[in-house]
Design a protein around this ligand. Structure first.
Ligand code: AMP
Length: 213
């Protein structure tokens, strides 16, 4: 099964992608993580994109698409994958279809802007294993420490309020047109992304299981 997750920054794509990928045995591909990995490794590309990412702008289609194409060739993608953060605009959606064909299902996690800022300012992540938490809604067992690997949690620079507002603007201008794009292809499923995380996961898994039969 090949899936796409759409939603504004902070909608819960990463959190849900982790649960869904584990449930169905799919690879979880976050283009944001692929880019952050380049920065962490201090590669030439990483140095070039650091400022763009910290400012909340989109990295060029060519760079992201190239990283994605390399990633989907890896062994763990043979059984399928879930794309989290790609496509981010219509050009990327066209490129995806041209290079990898049609996706099976696109899950759109809906959350209103008002809720996003509070959500994101409380968001903390593990720099080692990538597990995400929220200080209020999904806290780690021990404050500031990753449940999975015991590493000190950090706030992403692009989760700072001003940058979040800019990322929402970029989302509405550039990413939201892909909702209609996939709706027209009749592969879009909309889920309310506000509420209990486990219930949202259960709804998405239920939809995908009935589709996968
Ligand atoms: P994310 O972790 O998905 O919120 O992505 C964090 C940042 O990575 C974004 O604000 C962009 O700067 C960059 N990024 C991630 N995915 C893409 C993409 N598909 N196209 C362009 N930039 C991206």
């Amino acid at each position: 099964m090949r899936l796409v997750l759409i939603g504004c920054p902070g909608a819960g794509k990463g959190t849900q992608a982790k649960v869904i990928s584990k449930h169905f045995g799919l690879a979880h591909i976050s283009t944001g993580d692929l880019l952050r990995n380049e920065i962490a490794q201090k590669t030439e590309l990483g140095l070039k994109i650091t400022h763009i990412m910290e400012s909340g702008k989109l990295v060029s289609d060519e760079i992201v698409s190239e990283l994605l194409m390399k990633r989907v060739k890896e062994d763990d993608c043979k059984n399928g994958y879930i794309l989290d953060g790609y496509p981010r605009n219509v050009a990327q959606a066209d490129n995806l279809e041209k290079t990898l064909g049609n996706m099976d299902k696109v899950i759109y996690i809906q959350v209103e802007d008002g809720i996003i800022i509070e959500r994101m300012s409380g968001r903390r992540g593990c720099p080692k294993c990538g597990q995400m938490y929220h200080e209020k809604y999904n806290p780690p067992k021990k404050a500031g420490i990753c449940n999975e690997c015991g590493t000190q949690l950090v706030q992403r620079k692009d989760d700072v309020e001003e940058t979040v507002k800019h990322r929402l603007e970029v989302y509405h201008n550039e990413t939201s047109p892909i909702i209609e794009y996939y709706d027209k292809k009749h592969i879009l499923y909309k889920v309310n992304g506000v509420g209990d995380i486990d219930k949202i996961s259960a709804e998405i898994i239920g939809v995908l299981e009935s589709f996968n039969k």
